[in-house]
Ligand binder design. Structure first.
Ligand code: GLU
Length: 285
């Protein structure tokens, strides 16, 4: 039997706005588990999308978490500084014939879907109809040689064909949950404008950092099926997961910046103490 790996949790926000109570709930979930279980708590900034992320929000994350009374272990990983790492993972998958370039625009895909009888949907929206998977090798090479912008998609059929059996993962309080990554179809692993994707970077970094327990919102539960597949393809260890319920407002709607959920700095400005905010975020001292 292999020895259990030491407990490592993490909080991995995207700096697209100021943190609100939902983020505090999530951060505290990982931090508490680590601090009460003798483990390590890591902070990671998921900022690969330069069009949506801003450095001032990253600075605000450090400030708000510190104000809230959270500390983290070791250096913060800032994903945008490690694009070469994600490239290496993409190259490894490509070398095994598991990726293909996709030249389609959103409009191309929408037209193709509109013209087809069946348009299956996955957790991230309508499934890609596979247009560029069917390109001849000569056409593909010519378009690459012409420098046509392209995304990289996982060939889901090939990825699944190599599996010895079904995949599953450990979910806190629920035991082992069965995975169905096929629901994602030929998912994008490197975008046209960002040469990586959330799914790729999050699984890479959790493996790299030895994360053993992923605490995050239940909205990301479906994505775990895909993350488990990527871990399997790359030979990375599978962490356990604890997906938590999302905090909602008085009318039952999920807290979101765009709906005016108060940010931690709003609450602070209004005179709330860190202990009060921790309690409102669901973690009374
Ligand atoms: N960066 C993601 C977000 O802000 C969270 C990713 C994760 O916890 O796996 O929603």
């Amino acid at each position: 039997m292999t020895a259990p790996r030491p407990l490592v949790t993490r909080f991995a926000p995207s700096p697209t706005g100021f943190l609100h109570l939902g983020h505090a709930h999530s951060a505290l979930a990982g931090w508490r588990r680590a601090r009460t279980g003798g483990g390590r708590f890591l902070l990671r900034i998921e900022d690969i999308d330069a069009t949506r992320c801003r450095p001032e929000f990253t600075d605000a994350i450090f400030e708000d978490l510190t104000w809230l009374g959270l500390d983290w272990d070791g250096p913060v990983r800032v994903q945008s500084r490690h694009m070469a790492d994600y490239r290496i993972t993409l190259d490894a998958l490509a070398a095994r014939g598991l990726l293909y370039p996709c030249f389609c625009s959103r409009g191309d895909i929408a037209r193709e879907i509109a013209g087809s009888a069946a348009a299956p949907h996955g957790p991230d929206g309508p499934l890609y109809p596979g247009t560029c998977r069917r390109l001849t090798e000569a056409k593909r090479r010519a378009r690459l040689a012409a420098g046509e912008p392209h995304a990289l998609r996982l060939d889901m059929g090939r990825a699944l064909a190599g599996l010895a059996g079904p995949l599953d993962f450990e979910e806190a309080g629920q035991g082992r949950l069965h995975c169905d990554p096929a629901r994602f179809g030929d998912v994008v692993l490197a975008r046209k404008e960002v040469p990586a994707s959330y799914h790729l970077c999050v699984t890479h970094d959790d493996a790299r950092d030895g994360v053993t327990l992923v605490t995050r919102g239940v909205d990301l539960l479906p994505a775990t099926d895909l993350h488990r597949l990527l871990q399997h393809l790359m030979g990375w260890p599978a962490p356990a997961y604890a997906h938590h319920a999302l905090l909602t407002d008085a009318s039952g709607r999920r807290l979101a910046k765009r709906d005016g959920a108060p940010t931690l700095r709003d609450l602070r400005r209004q005179g709330a103490s860190p202990a009060q905010v921790r309690a409102t975020a669901g973690w009374p001292d």
